[in-house]
Write a protein that binds this ligand. Structure first.
Ligand code: SAH
Length: 361
């Protein structure tokens, strides 16, 4: 698919024409990654952050957010809950918290790997080569780092570099790949100042980076951030501007499935926040094949407020999972067993080692 094909789909409004896009994405999903929906337990282990991202409620300058950091034992307990719920993966996500240093994170990974067969995905922001290498060495399997937008000028505006450092997320994604991680990235849809051309380029960059996991969600304004006052069409006199709505997000998910058929693609919490629980299911019928239920202790969940009214804030995770299983079987899908490694990763050198790295002794 070319840039102009992608742009044409992104601008398409006719529901009958769009129905063919949804069908193609669903058929491609079925053929390449099957009917299983993999569940990942999301642990938001710290909301401390040194960065000043213009979109995110955890930005360092936001004094209104009470900060927390889970202890290694609390993280292990959350991983145990993921096992009890039948998940094959735990995702450890946090703000860019420098107290989560190399040794602390390595110890958390070791604890989980010693006790469970879970795959571990890290999402800890921009970190040094030595940290990424050390965490891989002790058993981390995957890493998520969204490039947020392929428009370098827009990215620099919304994601200022840390003092004294040059922010190079694309470079870090390549490093992660060289270290043998399964590599995930993604973007937000409807960032103020983002154009349809940008979104088309984002999707082509997913392919160029040969990503194993691709997360796409709508931008949701947080009132305590510089982009918080943005309305969906703050740039409305530009007919090429994107909107942060569910339809545009569904289009990006469906097109991503067509362009990167073997990637694992989550139905994101941001989409469920915008659309209600039904949003999860619709995305799963338009290309997605992963859901990430939240297993963060409820006492911390509301403080991991990257945007307001996050879908999971008050969830009872057991109930959410039971509902999800019922909804999946109603649409002819089932919960995947095992780790749910990315078929896209399977072809690359070192993949066999990854598959067999389970419980360490
Ligand atoms: N510190 C880590 C994790 C950040 S939270 C990192 O920077 O990678 C994970 C993702 O949430 C971000 O990559 C971003 O795409 C998304 N996010 C943050 N703020 C958001 C907002 N206001 N609306 C929608 N998505 C947001």
């Amino acid at each position: 698919m070319t840039h102009s094909d992608l742009k044409r789909w992104l601008l398409e409004r006719n529901p009958d024409t769009l129905a063919t896009l949804w069908q193609q994405a669903d058929a491609t999903r079925r053929e390449h990654v099957g009917n299983a929906v993999h569940l990942r337990g999301l642990v938001e282990l710290s909301n401390h952050c040194r960065r000043l991202c213009a979109y995110c409620g955890l930005r360092a300058a936001n004094r209104d957010v009470p900060r927390y950091r889970m202890s290694p034992d609390e993280v292990l307990d959350a991983a145990r809950q993921a096992v009890r719920l039948g998940f094959g993966t735990v995702v450890l996500q946090a703000g860019e918290d420098m107290q989560l240093d190399c040794q602390t994170v390595a110890a958390i990974i070791r604890n989980i790997k010693t006790e469970t067969d879970l795959a571990i995905t890290l999402s800890l922001g921009e970190r040094t080569f030595d940290e990424l290498a050390a965490w891989r060495e002790v058993g981390a399997d995957r890493y998520l780092l969204r490039f947020e937008t392929s428009n370098a000028r827009l990215f620099a505006q919304i994601h200022p570099s840390a003092p004294g450092q040059i922010c190079d997320r694309i470079g870090q994604l390549k490093t992660l790949r060289d270290l043998g991680y399964e590599v995930g990235s993604g973007v937000m849809v409807g960032i103020p100042g983002q154009s349809t051309d940008d979104l088309a380029r984002d999707i082509l960059l997913f392919r160029e980076l040969d990503l194993d996991m691709i997360g796409v969600g709508p931008f949701l304004p947080h009132p305590d951030t510089p982009l918080g006052q943005a309305t969906t069409r703050s740039h409305s006199n530009d007919r090429d501007a994107t909107t942060n709505d569910a339809l545009t997000t569904f289009k990006v998910i469906a097109l991503t499935r067509l362009v990167c058929p073997n990637a694992n693609i989550p139905s994101t919490t941001a989409l469920a926040t915008l659309e209600g629980p039904g949003g999860y299911i619709t995305a799963l019928q338009r290309g997605a094949n992963v859901v990430m239920p939240n297993v963060t202790p409820v006492i911390y969940r509301q403080q991991y407020k990257i945007y307001p009214d996050k879908a999971c804030f008050y969830d009872n995770t057991e109930q959410t999972c039971a509902d999800l299983r019922a909804q999946l079987s109603a649409i002819g899908r089932h919960v995947g067993t095992g780790r749910g490694d990315s078929p896209n990763r399977a072809g690359r050198p070192g993949a066999a080692g990854i598959q067999s790295s389970g419980k360490s002794t």
